[in-house]
Write a protein that binds this ligand. Structure first.
Ligand code: C2O
Ligand code: CU
Ligand code: CU
Length: 489
């Protein structure tokens, strides 16, 4: 099996930037004029661009190179970006629980980098925290077994003070974990994912498993005068004037009148999004950062911060061909992507009843408080790479209280474990349906205090103490030092 998996991994350079992108580039060079970049507002744009699907790599054996590249962000709009393996967003990695992830990372940038597997439960060597950064031309090998349950994870650079810039310029991708519990639900798109034992026939290997499951990496972007991605953070973090979905400006996706599973990631540096469908219909929420929830529920509007994920079903059954539904960010007044019903073919259904069984953390043995303050402080101190701020024992449930001192939003993220949100006091004063189950990132708005329960489990392959970080995932806060080192042992 290993060899088959590796062979699939080696497809990367060939799939590279994507054929359609390449031929569009050709067309452009042949003289087609690039349409002017327009901002996306309410209403349907005259001509939207087909949603880009990053190539999917199955099996976990991957060589990843980060380097400058060019990408067609839609309509022939070619931009200089930073990319993993030449694609923006990065290839989607799809692995199964129990499988190994073997990644060799090569740094083709002019500055240091390191890749972090946001959401993956791994040891320090494989976590890709800031102290693991490698220089230009350097490389780092990762090898770890997937202990996570099925879910959508997020890989991106994590070098101290450079994370915001590298992510903003294009380095980010999805890592999707499958497991038997998820297979049993027969969710849209999982048709091939359960194929024994661990890989998928090559012919079916792209785009992502089947057309009914679609990763949607949402973010904002700014462009310079030549149309290249630009990193120009303001005092309050990076805010772009143009939304991108999978790196596509004004994206559109042709859908059947079927049930779709959207794997949503807020991949913005700093932007909190309030997501809703333009026709007022509900999403069926089935999962979040840490995988499936115990039960699905109907949700009309989500508020998600940078680093948070959603697993939602959208039911287009019964929609007439020609119907257009927008996924909107109500806060920015943006149409992020259009779903255009182009076929009456109807399949799929909404699972009712229990989706998953989730162990409930309880009886914390101690409490710690983390105060996120200003632009750069946790508990009054700014990040110091060489200072370990606290020690946590493996295997004990702890209560961590996350609180803000007026400079929210702070999407707080913890490496090394998933946690469970117990309460939110102040501000919105409640725990939302998408914050149940397992999380690794939780949003604090102004005046909010969130209480979580967390336990770090020592995995069989861990040896000795493991060092992790807790930080604000507003990347400009993180880069400024709103991050703290700790050691679990
Ligand atoms: Cu997604 Cu420590 O970051
Ligand atoms: Cu992380
Ligand atoms: Cu913050």
């Amino acid at each position: 099996m290993k060899d088959a998996d590796r062979a699939e991994g080696e497809q990367v350079p060939e799939r590279g930037i994507g054929l359609s992108r390449r031929s569009l580039l050709k067309a452009m060079l042949a003289g087609a004029a690039a349409p002017a970049l327009s901002k996306t507002g309410w209403g349907r744009a005259a001509a939207r661009n087909p949603l880009y699907f990053p190539p999917t790599i199955y099996g976990g054996n991957v060589s990843l190179t980060c380097a400058p590249a060019q990408a067609n962000l839609g309509g022939g709009h070619i931009s200089n970006v930073l990319a993993y393996n030449g694609t923006f967003p990065a290839p989607t990695l799809a692995v199964r629980k129990g499988q190994f992830v073997n990644v060799v990372l090569h740094n083709g940038l002019a500055q240091e980098t390191i890749t972090h597997w946001h959401g993956m439960i791994v040891d320090e060597q494989n976590d890709g925290g800031p102290h693991m950064a490698i220089p230009p031309n350097g490389s780092h090998s990762y090898s770890y077994p997937v202990v996570n349950r099925a879910g959508l994870n997020f890989y991106h650079p994590h070098p101290h003070r450079l994370t915001g810039e590298q992510v903003c310029l294009g380095l980010a991708g999805a890592l999707i974990v499958r497991d038997a519990e998820e297979d049993a639900l027969g969710l849209p798109g999982s048709l091939y994912s359960g194929a024994p034992p661990l890989s998928v026939p090559r012919a079916r290997a792209t785009p992502f498993s089947s057309k009914y499951e679609v990763p949607l990496i949402l973010r904002d972007a700014n462009f310079d005068g030549s149309g290249n991605l630009r990193y120009n953070p303001g005092g309050n973090g990076f805010f772009g004037d143009t939304p991108l979905v999978n790196g596509t400006i004004e994206a559109t996706l042709s859908v059947d009148a079927s049930v779709y599973r959207f794997r949503v990631l807020n991949g913005s540096n700093a932007r909190v999004m309030r997501l809703a469908l333009s026709n007022g219909s509900m999403f069926r929420l089935i999962g979040n950062d840490g995988g499936l929830l115990e039960f699905g529920s109907q949700v009309g509007t989500f508020v998600i911060g940078p680093g948070e994920r959603l697993d939602v079903l959208v039911d287009f059954r019964g929609y007439a061909v020609g119907t257009s539904v927008m996924l909107r960010d109500l806060d920015a007044n943006w149409d992020l992507i259009e779903f255009l019903v182009t076929s009456s073919h109807a399949e799929g259904n909404i699972p009712s009843g229990r989706l998953s069984t989730i162990e409930r953390l309880a009886n914390p043995v101690r409490t710690r408080t983390f105060e996120f303050e200003g632009m750069n402080k946790v508990n009054g101190r700014s990040f110091d790479m060489n200072r370990i701020d606290f020690q946590v024992p493996f295997g004990e449930v702890e209560r961590w209280i996350l609180t803000t001192r007026g400079t929210a939003p702070h999407p707080v993220h913890i490496h090394g474990a998933s946690f469970q949100v117990r309460s939110r006091t102040g501000g919105r004063g409640q725990v939302f349906p998408w914050e149940t189950g397992w999380k690794d990132t939780v949003l604090l708005l102004d005046a909010e205090t969130v209480e979580v329960l967390i336990r770090f489990d020592r995995q069989a392959y861990y040896s000795g103490p493991q060092r992790y970080v807790i930080h604000c995932h507003k990347l400009e806060h993180e880069d400024a030092g709103m991050m703290s080192n700790f050691v679990v042992n």
